[in-house]
Design a protein around this ligand. Structure first.
Ligand code: AMP
Length: 536
């Protein structure tokens, strides 16, 4: 490889932090700690151990684990070998997990003992013979039959100082499956170059934010988006590149997460709205100081009620936007403007394009709609870190990239200053009397009524109007909360923020709203439940 043609590979992200502050620490949720110096040595040992097992360039290596520092080591060692890291979504059904393992043609599976009850019954139906490696938090964990070794024992057998191969930047680095609610999961891949550029793009977006905002080198990072979901939105690469203190929480339990947040004085995290709502509703939250915490909310719109609740706890909260196919970050709320203004909408807006990203809102012929903050269209995007194709799915790829732009499947509008607001997913739009009703706007408004814990707006068939919106809610309190929701919506109509026909005829109270495998409101399931009379 020529020295002049420098390749952007994931291994390069490790150099600076290990040299600058090798004693910086990375923690697990059980009190375990390692330094960046040790991280480096362990990545070498993992590289050596996998190589000894015959796994290297061209192999696909699956991981089924909680969020652990060990997973972070896989994030680096596997791609640095020229292999592909397949981050298995452990929340999918066993049949879907089997589908993804077979579709990915995994050559090895690293599986935490907690997930053996899922994996072991699937083994006879896994089509490609895979090397099996046990992940355990107990040094004496017994090896199940057919397993090649246990992670820690394999590492202990290797000396540090492994030399990883030279790679070209277009080498495939990662693979995971979309969590869409329809059809088979689709395989999404990223190259080394894309992950490095995404890392630099995120640093360029978060670094220059004034004051304590954004991400600084003295921040303490803890992911609350699982490491299997779009590489925890790329932040483990960002945090490692910046040499931050990092905390990997293990399994997500509210009391445990809150105790880690305060015990380590975590200053930066990211999660979907439902997880933050769950944390803030936990009894332990009342006594936990979260005023040092900055949170990026993504994966779904940030409802105004949740943003206000977070602000009341002193949390510096903002929305971010992206999808599995976009690595994922393509758009962020204006973290600078919100430092000097109390306007909550600055924090909940989908925001402005991230560095190097071009966002457009277009009509079906790919023509830009006016940037008037009102006219809606589909959001399409170009950026250096968008997935090139779905794995072995030409029809899906052609649809994703129709006309040379990546189609997000999201509907939104853009203001004259370039601020994007997503109003719906194309699949979830509600059309009443021929007019679109924004389910996200309804949810955001209803979320501000005190006592509303969760809310989803969906369309139900209607003879007269085609479809009518229905609000499905989890409410703490009595029926008065329902009246407050109605009053809020009527006020928004009076203020011209919401068309009259958008006010739902029905508010349905439930004890829990179904969620997808990554904790988002499962609107397909909610519609089915309304249609079958299971709720309503
Ligand atoms: P996934 O591929 O599972 O990460 O889901 C991506 C989808 O989540 C997007 O296409 C949007 O519909 C939704 N989403 C993510 N972030 C936001 C946001 N800030 N506002 C509204 N919707 C969002």
């Amino acid at each position: 490889m020529s020295a002049a043609g420098f390749e952007l590979t994931i291994g390069q992200l490790l150099r600076a932090p290990a040299q600058r502050n090798p004693d910086q620490t990375i923690h697990d949720g059980e009190g375990g700690v390692r330094t960046y110096r040790q991280l480096h040595a362990r990545i070498d040992q993992l590289g050596a151990a996998l190589t000894r097992l015959g796994l290297g360039r061209g192999a696909t290596i699956a991981v089924m684990d909680w969020d652990t520092p060990r997973y972070l080591e896989c994030y680096f060692a596997v791609p640095m070998l020229g292999a592909t890291l397949h981050t298995v979504n452990i929340r999918l059904s066993p049949e879907q997990i089997l589908y993804t393992i077979n579709h990915a043609e995994d050559d090895a599976i690293l599986c935490h003992e907690d997930f053996l009850p899922i994996l072991l019954p699937l083994l006879p139906r896994i089509t490609r013979p895979a090397t099996l490696i046990l992940l355990s938090d107990r040094p004496d964990a017994p090896l199940p039959p057919g397993f090649a070794g246990e992670f820690e024992r394999l590492l202990a057998a290797e000396a540090p100082g492994f030399t990883f191969p030279d790679l070209t930047e277009d080498t495939r680095a990662t693979l995971f499956y979309t969590t869409g609610t329809t059809g088979d999961p689709k395989g999404v891949t990223y190259s080394h170059r894309q992950l490095v550029l995404h890392t630099l793009g995120v640093v360029a977006a978060f670094g220059p934010v004034p004051g304590r905002g954004g991400i600084k080198t003295d921040d303490v990072y803890m992911p609350i988006t699982p490491l299997f979901h779009v590489h925890a939105w790329g932040y483990p690469f960002v945090a490692t590149f910046l040499g931050l203190k990092q905390v990997y929480p293990g399994r997500y339990e509210p009391a445990r997460l809150l105790s880690l947040l305060s015990g380590h004085r975590v200053t930066y995290s990211h999660c979907v709205p439902t997880i933050l709502a769950m944390l803030l509703a936990a009894p332990e939250a009342a006594g936990t100081d979260l005023s040092h915490w900055k949170v990026t909310i993504g994966g779904a719109a940030l409802p105004e009620g949740l943003a206000l609740q977070a602000r009341a706890k002193g949390i510096d909260i903002h929305a971010g936007y992206g999808m599995s196919e976009t690595c994922p970050i393509i758009c962020l709320a204006d973290m600078a403007a919100s430092q000097t203004s109390d306007d909550i909408k600055l924090r909940t807006a989908t925001g402005k394009a991230a560095p190097l990203v071009t966002l457009r809102v277009v009509d079906p012929d790919l023509r830009d709609v006016p940037h008037d903050g009102r006219t809606t269209g589909e959001v399409v995007v170009r950026a250096p870190w968008l997935t090139h194709d779905y794995l072995r799915n030409d029809a899906g790829t052609a649809e994703l990239w129709a006309g040379g732009w990546m189609h997000t499947g999201d509907v939104g509008h853009m203001a004259p200053d370039g601020t994007l607001r997503i109003t719906d997913r194309l699949k979830d739009v509600i059309k009443s009397g021929g007019e679109w009703v924004s389910s996200l706007a309804l949810e955001s408004l209803a979320s501000t009524a005190p006592g509303v814990r969760e809310v989803a707006a969906v369309g139900v068939p209607d003879d007269r109007w085609g479809e009518r919106p229905v609000l499905v809610t989890v409410i703490d309190g009595d029926d008065a909360v329902e009246n407050t929701i109605r009053a809020r919506l009527e006020r928004a109509v009076a203020a011209g923020e919401l068309p009259k026909w958008a006010v739902p005829d029905r508010v349905v109270r439930v004890t829990a709203i179904p969620k997808t495998s990554v904790g988002k409101l499962d609107k397909k399931r909610i519609r089915q439940m309304l249609a079958s009379g299971e709720i309503g």
